[in-house]
Design a protein around this ligand. Structure first.
Ligand code: NAD
Length: 495
């Protein structure tokens, strides 16, 4: 990381655009309304952002539909789409510092993480789908020789991508890569807490040669812009990442409108199971700490339930407390900061309420538990011990730096506790026994199970949930299934 950059000076000099991006141009909301975009680390207003609503959605959908029907993107040769998407990825990479700064100012994550994680992974994601799309073949069914059945994947049309605030750019990239590579038009609706990088993407997409109308960005609130996209009769699919509660709204919107496809990447309460035969308890404890404290705990697959075999539980808790207490919390623009600000005051209050509930329900507070004094939305790394599966902090997604430690007698009980949740996004097991590892990974009801690591991944490996963590997968070639329709063309050949 370039340690010499004065990020405060950069931030002071930054010009921030709060417009919508429709049909290749920045435009205000049709109503002229805006809302404040606030830096949660300082409480200062960063920009006035277009508050898009039903009218903006109607207009953007019409534009996106027209672009789709024109074939300017949807019927472009895949190798040409590839070139432009690769250029888009390159532009994201070459604007890393500006985009990282916007991300950090907008939602409070440490600049070191924006630079080292969010930006490179976002560019890599777009590039990966660019590289994939001109190498995929369709199928011919093994019918009798009297017919040929061509089984092809076609783009859906207009896709709305509605994304959350915790990884604003990366979650957008997970949607945009496969949506655009497959030939669809897209309307990206960023979360109201974190619209700035999405807005900047509009310009970069145009610069990369993505035709007008194919890529549009509508900032605005969930209950207005998000709802209007969900209910629109001419949106073919919604690609959603966010809470389980709002994910269920999108299912309703679909049923109330045109039965549009809905892909849901929702919440989690992921179990991180450390067994007594873990190969390295120090490594397991360090991963457990970062599995919850990374990104201020605002991570869908955070290992928020630490389930430890009783014989090593106290030792593991000591080690996690040691790692957690050494974490540097504070100014997100300081490159040494490891935990930044919570996204806003509301989320800060919500997390503090969960901490109060943990105490009231009898869990033992071993680390943190407080709001950091001073301005801004900062919470200490927090660990509870002696948690039981029925407690609120073991059941509900807190989405903050709060770890609940639960003791288990053995692997079977650990798996039972691990599965005792309505979520199923991710899980981990630490053991040196391959049989135990495979048994646990098969028994845990989650879209990804890590063995002897936590939160590892690759763009080539699918990500998504079981149960109320949603359905459909982001990343990997499987993501393309969400944004394409399967068509069989049956050609009768006669004798
Ligand atoms: P959220 O559900 O409140 O908002 C997500 C998006 O939905 C935002 O763009 C918001 O404006 C929109 N929205 C809100 N209410 C709406 C409504 N009534 N109708 C239509 N749209 C609406 O989620 P959030 O607070 O931004 O993000 C945190 C959640 O996201 C957590 O639950 C987290 O687990 C989840 N998440 C999941 C994944 C994953 O891949 N599974 C990844 C990141 C975050």
């Amino acid at each position: 990381m370039p340690a010499t950059i004065d990020w405060h000076a950069r931030a002071a000099a930054l010009s921030v655009n709060g417009s919508a991006f429709v049909n290749g141009r920045y435009v205000p909301a049709r109503s002229g309304k805006t809302f404040d975009c606030v830096n949660p680390a300082t409480g200062k207003v960063l920009a006035q952002v277009a508050a898009c609503d039903v009218e903006d959605v109607n207009h953007a959908v019409a534009v996106a539909r027209q672009a789709f029907e024109s074939g300017v993107w949807s019927r472009m040769a895949p190798r040409e789409r590839k070139k432009r998407l690769a250029a888009f990825a390159d532009l994201i990479a070459s604007n890393t510092e500006e985009l990282a700064l916007l991300e950090t100012l907008d939602m409070g994550k440490p600049i070191r993480d924006s630079l080292a994680v969010d930006l490179p992974l976002s560019a890599q994601c777009i590039d990966w789908y660019a590289e994939a799309i001109d190498k995929l073949y369709d199928e011919i069914a093994p019918t009798a020789s009297t017919a040929v059945s061509l089984i092809r994947r076609e783009p859906l049309g207009v896709v709305a991508a509605v994304v959350p605030w915790n990884f604003p750019l990366l979650m957008a990239a997970w949607k945009l890569g496969p949506i655009l590579a497959a030939g669809n038009s897209v309307i990206l609706k960023p979360a109201e807490q974190s619209p700035l990088t999405a807005i900047r993407l509009g310009e970069l997409a145009a610069q990369a040669g993505i035709p007008d109308g194919v890529f549009n960005v509508l900032p605005g609130f969930g209950e207005t812009a998000g709802r209007a996209l969900g209910l629109h009769m001419d949106v073919d699919a919604v690609a959603f990442t966010g809470s389980t509660e709002v994910g269920k709204y999108f299912l309703q919107y679909s049923g109330q409108s045109n039965m549009k496809r809905v892909g849901l990447e929702c919440g989690g309460k992921s179990p991180n199971i450390i067994l007594a035969d873990a190969p390295d308890l120090d490594a397991a404890a360090t991963a457990a700490a970062w599995g919850i404290f990374y990104n201020q705990g605002e991570v869908c697959n955070a290992g928020s339930r630490l389930i430890v075999e009783r014989g090593v539980k106290d030792e593991v808790v000591e080690k996690v407390v040691a790692v957690g207490s050494a974490i540097k919390v504070g100014d997100p623009l300081d490159p040494a900061t490891e935990m930044g600000a919570m996204v806003d005051g509301r989320q800060t209050e919500r997390v503090l309420e969960y901490i109060a509930k943990g105490k009231a329900e009898g869990a033992t507070l071993r680390l943190g538990g407080n709001r950091v004094a001073g301005e801004g939305c900062f919470i200490e790394a927090t660990l509870f011990d002696d948690v039981t599966s029925g407690m609120t902090i073991a059941r509900e997604e807190i989405f903050g730096p709060v770890l609940a430690t639960i003791a288990a007698a053995d692997v079977d009980e650990a798996i039972r506790i691990g599965n005792d949740t309505s979520y199923g996004l991710a899980a981990a097991v630490w053991t040196r026994d391959i049989n135990t590892a495979f048994k646990a990974s098969s028994a845990l009801r989650a879209g990804v199970v890590w063995v002897n690591c936590f939160d590892h991944g690759d763009i080539s490996s699918p990500f998504g949930g079981f149960k109320q963590s949603g359905f459909g997968r982001d990343k990997s070639l499987h993501a393309l299934e969400k944004y394409t329709e399967l068509k069989a063309t049956w050609i009768h050949l006669g004798q």
